[in-house]
Write a protein that binds this ligand. Structure first.
Ligand SMILES: Nc1ncnc2c1ncn2[C@@H]1O[C@H](COP(=O)(O)OP(=O)(O)OP(=O)(O)O)[C@@H](O)[C@H]1O
Ligand SMILES: [Mg+2]
Length: 507
């Protein structure tokens, strides 16, 4: 006889059904797990042996074989402990195979028989619900699983309570959904920033059109402060977007206690972040920073300090909105539709262009520093912006400043306009925002009026603007017009967009 328990494996955010088969046969006592498991799966044996010992059970002194089918799919993680233990209990006659046939199980066992939380509960719960099964998971993951509707959840604190539940001596009550406190306002707001009106305006445009933005300026100008507040002017996630983001964070094990993410992600990885940490993958396949920032903001502070290969690896996901990680026998894809905000100093000492403070190596210092960023990467930023030092007058005076909520209202109006406009192109566009409009679509929606065209033609000739630069101007001008709720792109929209074309980098 073979006991069968359903579990799951993850490939990106895809969930694969895994059939955990347990068989005991006559022969020398042994315990083998086959089916391409990693080290965590191999170590499962010792955790199961110890937790059974705690329950006063001894493993059958037979030849135990566990097969994780399909056997050619790589299995990673400690969540197979629970399905293997349940299968063994069926073989030992403690549970009946009917008890567990209707469930998908995942959870890590402690040596004392307790069930420890594992990642990926929400995608597993959604998958189980879609095939009409229930879910057996650790108690601490119950509220996360409860976000998947229409499924029976057994969230057990330990193995014993699970056995008691099936024996009918204890009832595991279904876990409830913990509603996050949506009313709790974040403590940061654009009104904290004194002066820097130009920069605030540029960030508003970036938010309204989903444009990538790069800031360059001396230390202490407020670049990090400006960027960290961007998520306060972005619209909240829709219900389906929230679920998408939550699934990714569930896989990486970074979900908050209430088990649902409602605010747009804001990720600011340190510049020492490795390539797998940024893009995904590594020892165990996990989403990288760009996927954890999916549908939100990735802030690259001190851009030139990042490893060059890490930065270059960002180019492809920025275009496609997906991070593809190559594994030994598969390609795993994680969603990564992000808005990138980058900040940098003009040179290593930080004060290039300020005659009173710049270092003796000027301009070489700036050239070397800025050349760490490649042209193709810079091309991905629709908006480039210089952030000068904050003026003493602005710091000393306390004039009333606009709050993030007011800016957010304007951003949301502009985004609604874009959605209505791009609806007819929805088969060709991944997202209905100006930042991804290109080629023919861009020409149809963003051709300026006669005066605007005349200004654009003059500027293109004078500043030797390339084809890509031209498209960037049109996209940004479209967003500026949308913020004004103007369908026509006028001369002053083009004029403002020209100002965001490029930062005067050193050649
Ligand atoms: N416009 C401003 N209004 C209010 N406070 C400011 C402003 N600019 C800077 N500050 C203050 O200066 C501190 C440093 O700002 P921030 O870290 O954003 O600078 P930065 O431009 O990122 O500098 P660096 O290049 O060194 O990273 C902030 O924490 C804040 O207290
Ligand atoms: Mg900074």
């Amino acid at each position: 006889m073979v006991a069968q328990v359903y579990s799951v494996a993850f490939q990106g955010i895809e969930v694969l059904e895994i059939n955990v088969q347990v068989q005991t046969s006559a022969g020398l006592p042994a315990f083998h797990i086959v089916g391409l498991g990693d080290k965590a799966v191999a170590e499962s044996r010792e955790r199961i042996r110890a937790s059974f010992h705690t329950l006063g059970l001894a493993l059958p002194s037979k030849h135990i074989t566990v097969n994780l089918a399909p056997a050619d799919v790589q299995k990673e993680g400690s969540h197979y402990d629970l399905p293997i233990a349940l299968g063994l209990m069926v073989m030992m006659g403690i549970l009946s195979s009917e008890d567990i046939a209707e469930y998908t199980a995942l959870g890590e066992l402690g040596l004392d028989g307790s069930l420890a939380p594992v990642s990926g509960i929400l995608p597993a719960a959604i998958e189980a619900a879609s095939v009409g099964r229930g879910l057996i998971c650790p108690a601490s993951c119950g509220s996360e699983a409860a976000w998947a509707s229409d499924l029976q959840i057994l969230a057990a604190p330990n193995l014993l309570s699970l056995v008691n539940h099936f024996k009918g001596t204890q009832v595991l009550s279904p876990p409830g959904v913990k509603i996050p406190d949506f009313t709790a306002s974040t403590s940061i707001d654009y009104c904290d920033i004194k002066g820097q009106e130009m920069a605030k305006r540029a960030l508003e445009i970036a938010a309204a059109g989903g444009h990538n933005l790069i800031m360059i300026g001396p230390p202490g100008a407020g670049k990090s402060m400006l960027a960290s507040r961007l998520s306060t002017i972005l619209p909240p996630l829709t219900a389906s977007e929230a679920l998408e983001v939550t699934m990714i964070h569930s896989l990486s094990g970074t979900l908050p206690e209430e088990g649902l993410i409602r605010a747009r992600p804001f990720r600011d990885p340190h510049h020492s972040a490795s390539l797998p940490a940024m893009i995904g993958g590594g020892m165990r396949s996990k989403p990288g920073e760009i996927s954890l920032a999916h549908l939100g903001v990735l802030f690259l502070d001190e851009l030139p300090e990042f490893n060059r290969s890490t930065l270059e690896a960002l180019r492809q996901p920025l275009e496609s909105g997906r991070a593809v990680v190559a594994r030994a026998n598969a390609h795993i894809t994680y969603p990564a539709r992000i808005q990138v905000i980058a900040a940098m100093n003009p040179c290593r000492c930080g004060y290039y262009g300020d005659p009173s403070r710049e270092c003796a190596r000027t301009p070489r210092c700036a050239q070397e520093y800025q050349h760490k960023i490649s042209g193709p990467l810079l091309d991905r930023f629709d908006i480039s912006l210089e952030v000068p030092e904050v003026k003493a007058y602005d710091l000393l005076t306390d004039t009333p400043r606009e709050r993030s909520a007011d800016i957010c209202a304007r951003v949301m109006r502009a985004l609604t306009l874009q959605q209505n406009r791009y609806k007819r192109f929805s088969s060709k566009m991944s997202v209905l925002i100006n930042a991804v409009a290109d080629g023919d679509i861009l020409h149809q929606v963003a051709t300026p009026d006669t005066e605007g065209l005349a200004l654009l033609a003059t500027a293109m000739e004078k500043f030797k603007i390339t084809g890509r630069g031209y498209h960037r101007i049109l996209r940004v001008a479209r967003t500026i017009a949308d913020l004004e709720e103007s369908e026509t792109i006028k001369r002053h929209h083009i004029a403002e967009a020209l100002g965001y074309l490029s930062i005067p980098l050193q050649n």
